[in-house]
Design a protein around this ligand. Structure first.
Ligand code: NAP
Ligand code: GLV
Length: 333
């Protein structure tokens, strides 16, 4: 069941944050737009009040769009999130309520892969520790054994989830002469042939890799996939990189692995609970590099994501099938 367009020519749309670029100007030409003006996400009461009226919603990954909210959104026809990951939206409830959900795949792939490599290189070569040492006056002399890291060139990279971003990371790894192993739900013959990626089981990937980089969506199957057992399998010299979603990792297990040096280090752009609290014990560990969920944060890419989010919403509200729809089946039914 899909909700049909109402009679109003300019649908009412709620946007949960100011967006970069000009995309919202275009949205305003075709819709009555209300924007939450704060830098922090709108509280639930505000969302409830907005969704009591709105036909369209543009949200971010920080907005938890759950079944309870959707029940209180009688006019809502489409949700467009400005993210590729849509685990913050209850897709089943949206589908049951006839609400189309769209996301922004592809436009952020290369930027996110660049950042993944930045994390991988930084953790391997202990860049944050070096930077802190310079600022804190601990650069006393060139020394043969000061801040020794791990070579990236020639090492083995294990990619878990060989989708758009995983593939873009594999392309970059070729430039570093890395051997690339991958584990994904389905085999990728083209990546095997063109990029030399080698398909292996999850355990074999953990056993063999010098770097493990995660590019999975967060789903019930992938939640806490990286727990004690996974970290124990990894090499003690291995570095773990997560730019996917925090909850793919059991953070308590990651903490144990880093503290006991079961693995050499980790670089994470995402956390189970975001923002990662300032006094979180993970942040006391020198072998953890943490960034504030910025892998897609380039000027050009964030503008493209905003444009795509607006295009998706306008297309859904016009009664078309948006290009990047997560639950297109409701259109057919
Ligand atoms: P994608 O193209 O859909 O790739 C995801 C890959 O994971 C697919 O290849 C998929 O299956 C595989 N997969 C899914 N479930 C699996 C499972 N249970 N076991 C093994 N493989 C599984 O998505 P993407 O564009 O690469 O993005 C991946 C994720 O990165 C997003 O969902 C988002 O959460 C995260 N992300 C984070 C940032 C950031 O700012 N940190 C930016 C962008 C994206 P197949 O093998 O069947 O293809
Ligand atoms: C960012 O995390 C995204 O899913 O786009």
């Amino acid at each position: 069941m899909i909700r049909l367009p109402g009679r109003r020519s300019r649908p009412r749309v709620y946007v949960t944050r100011q967006l970069p670029g000009d995309a919202l100007d275009r949205l305003r030409e075709q819709a009555q737009v209300d924007i939450w003006g704060d830098d922090l996400p709108p509280p639930r009461d505000e969302l409830l009040a907005a969704l009591a009226e709105a036909e369209g919603l543009i949200c971010l990954l920080t907005d938890n769009i759950d079944a309870g909210l959707l029940q209180e959104a009688p006019n809502l026809r489409a949700i467009s999130t400005m993210a590729v990951g849509y685990d913050h939206i209850d897709i089943e409830a949206a589908t049951a309520n006839g609400v189309l959900v769209t996301h922004t795949p592809g436009v952020l792939t290369e930027t996110t892969a660049d950042f993944t490599f930045a994390l991988l290189l930084s953790a391997a070569r202990r860049l944050p520790e070096g930077e802190r040492a310079v600022r804190e006056g601990r650069w006393s002399s060139w020394s043969p054994s000061f801040l020794l890291g791990r070579d990236v060139h020639g090492a083995t990279l294990g990619i878990v989830g060989l989708g758009e971003i995983g593939l873009a990371v594999a392309r970059r790894a070729r430039g570093f002469d890395m051997r690339v192993l991958y584990h994904s739900r389905t085999r990728k013959p083209a990546a095997e042939e063109e990029l030399g990626c080698v398909y292996v089981g999850f355990d074999e990937l953990l056993d063999e890799s010098d770097f493990v980089s995660v590019h999975l969506p967060l789903t019930p199957e992938t939640r806490h996939l990286f727990g004690d057992a996974a970290f124990e399998r990894m090499k003690t010299t291995a570095i773990f990189v997560n730019t996917a979603r925090g909850a793919v990792v059991d953070e308590a297990a990651l903490m144990r692995a880093l503290e006991s040096q079961a693995i050499a280090g980790a670089a994470v752009d995402v956390a189970e609970v975001e923002p990662l609290p300032r006094h979180d014990p993970l942040l006391r560990l020198p072998n953890l590099l943490a960034t504030p969920h910025i892998a897609s944060a380039s000027v050009a890419t964030r503008s493209r994501m905003a444009e795509m989010a607006v295009d998706n919403l306008l297309s859904a509200l016009a009664g078309e099938t948006p290009a990047h729809c997560v639950n297109p089946q409701i259109i057919d039914t």
